[in-house]
Ligand binder design. Structure first.
Ligand code: NFE
Length: 477
């Protein structure tokens, strides 16, 4: 049988624009994916926007990279800025950063399960966003499907609740102005503390009575997906949610695992490089550490096929996200697959929400120790590493003459959805798709399930640049 080439373009129910091309062949009697290209179709230019700016703008501007993980970018930026001036946040400032960041995590995880991923498995009413869609195997009976749909609708309200509690301290969400170098802008009040706790308790109840059981129900109905979408099994986490002001202890542990098993190994950011061999960037900038990274577009470019660069750790592709984090914490080690990613994300939501309940209990009404003075350094080079809902997020900063001289961002989606590199190694999602069985090549829903399991966000990974004129404007001349 001849190879069937299918393109899903754009992949819907994600942030941003992703195209996935697959070759489908019959191997050993099973029709399956035999080749893949994941293609980020937008150019990223935030690094260029930041050059020449006051460093204090970094948290506000990088927040705009994405509406789903804005606090993650603000957090990475202020961690880099803290380090640039060798200043740690005060106790309450650290806790407030974590609470608002946590609220966005919970919002994103609930969004992923109910609104982005679930429609790959159950049929909804015959109306958008449920139609048009791929035909699929129906394994959920009508009673269960109706229940899941009811929870889908509840999830929309609970997502709003997550943003509401984050906005109590952040002022607004997304894109809070609360994150500043040295701490946070809000002073907790008793009404805000009480309202945060009340909202968080509602969210915890939803996670425990809806999200976790629904994820388990899906996993039991689609248990074959514990054997689909594995990929390399290379998992990476930078760690996040500082439990002390020096950042020595974290709720989510940093580390890495190679090949889907064995002991957690230490991680060092010095081993990170960005390969651009198959990306639309100048080969002169290939293989650089992000502290020396460049963002020089080259389009068209022979053999390149994505606007995403290909981050590598000691030359190897790594997947990041909730499964990687739960694995580093030793709290989910069942495997690496579509269903493991879905289950680990739900476990993580509960762990984080319960930790947030402890943290809000640490706040004292009227505590003004929320920030340290942060003098703008004339010259510095620093790094802000944290975790976004989708995984490891790093901002590399250098300041010269009191302004930003260089800025590089590596997002989780760049790690997981990266294209091939100069060694010919596939990106993590590309590798995870190889071997995916496809029942009906005209409706490759199995491919979509693997893609959605890693929760891609191409907004974070690539950004629109309009014509030459815009490139000049954004350089802060
Ligand atoms: Ni646009 Fe993001 C997260 C970041 S993904 S959602 O999570 O950083 O690359």
């Amino acid at each position: 049988m001849p190879t069937i080439v299918a393109a899903i373009d754009p992949v819907t129910r994600i942030e941003g624009h992703l195209k996935v091309e697959v070759a489908i062949d019959t191997v050993g009697g099973v029709q399956q994916v035999t080749d893949v290209r994941t293609i980020g179709t937008l150019f990223r230019a935030f690094e260029r926007i930041l050059v020449g700016r006051d460093p204090r703008d970094a948290a506000l501007l990088t927040s705009r990279i994405c509406g789903v993980c804005p606090t993650s970018h603000s957090m990475a930026a202020v961690l880099a800025l803290d380090a640039a001036a060798d200043i740690s946040p005060f106790g309450a400032g650290r806790v407030l950063r974590n609470l608002v960041h946590g609220a966005c995590f919970l919002e994103s995880h609930i969004l992923h399960f109910y609104l982005l991923s679930l429609p790959d498995f159950i049929h909804g009413p015959g109306m958008p966003p449920w139609t048009p869609g791929f035909e699929m195997d129906r394994r959920v009976d009508k009673t269960s499907a109706d229940l899941l749909l009811a929870h889908y609708l509840e999830a929309i309200a609970v997502r709003r609740r997550c943003h509401e509690i984050g906005a109590l301290f952040g002022g607004k969400l997304p894109h809070t102005p609360g994150y500043i170098p040295g701490g946070f802008t809000a002073v907790p009040t008793q009404p805000n503390i009480d309202a945060f706790l009340a909202g968080l308790n509602e969210i915890i109840a939803f996670i425990e009575t809806r999200y976790l059981p629904d994820a388990e129900r899906l996993a039991s109905l689609y248990s074959d997906y514990f054997f689909i979408g594995r990929g390399y099994g290379n998992l990476l986490s930078y760690g996040a949610f500082e439990l002390d002001n020096a950042g020595a202890s974290k709720l989510f542990q940093p580390g890495r695992i190679a090949g889907g098993g064995g002991a957690v190994q230490p991680f060092s950011e010095t081993a990170i490089t960005e390969d651009v061999t198959r990306s639309w960037y100048s080969n002169a900038d290939n293989g650089l550490h992000p502290s020396a990274g460049e963002t020089n577009a080259q389009y068209p470019k022979p053999s390149a096929y994505s606007w995403l660069k290909a981050p590598r750790y000691a030359g190897a592709p790594y997947e990041c996200g909730p499964l990687a984090r739960m694995w580093m914490n030793g709290e989910y080690t069942n495997g690496v697959s579509v269903m493991d990613r879905i289950r680990a994300r739900a476990c993580e939501a509960r762990k984080l929400a319960l930790a947030m309940r402890d943290w809000v209990g640490e706040l004292l009404a009227g505590d003004v120790t929320v920030f340290n003075e942060w003098p703008v350094p004339q010259s510095a080079a620093s790094i802000g590493l944290t975790e976004a809902p989708r995984g490891a997020l790093g901002h590399w900063l250098s300041i010269e003459g009191g302004v930003i001289a260089r800025y590089q961002v590596i997002t989780p989606t760049c790690w997981t959805i990266s294209p091939r590199d100069g060694e010919g190694q596939l990106g993590p999602l590309e590798q995870a798709l190889i071997g995916t069985p496809v029942a009906n090549a005209a409706h490759p829903v199995e491919v979509l399930r693997v893609i959605h399991s890693v929760d891609p966000c191409l907004d974070c990974a690539t950004h629109v640049l309009r014509a030459d004129e815009a490139a000049k404007k954004w350089r802060a001349e």
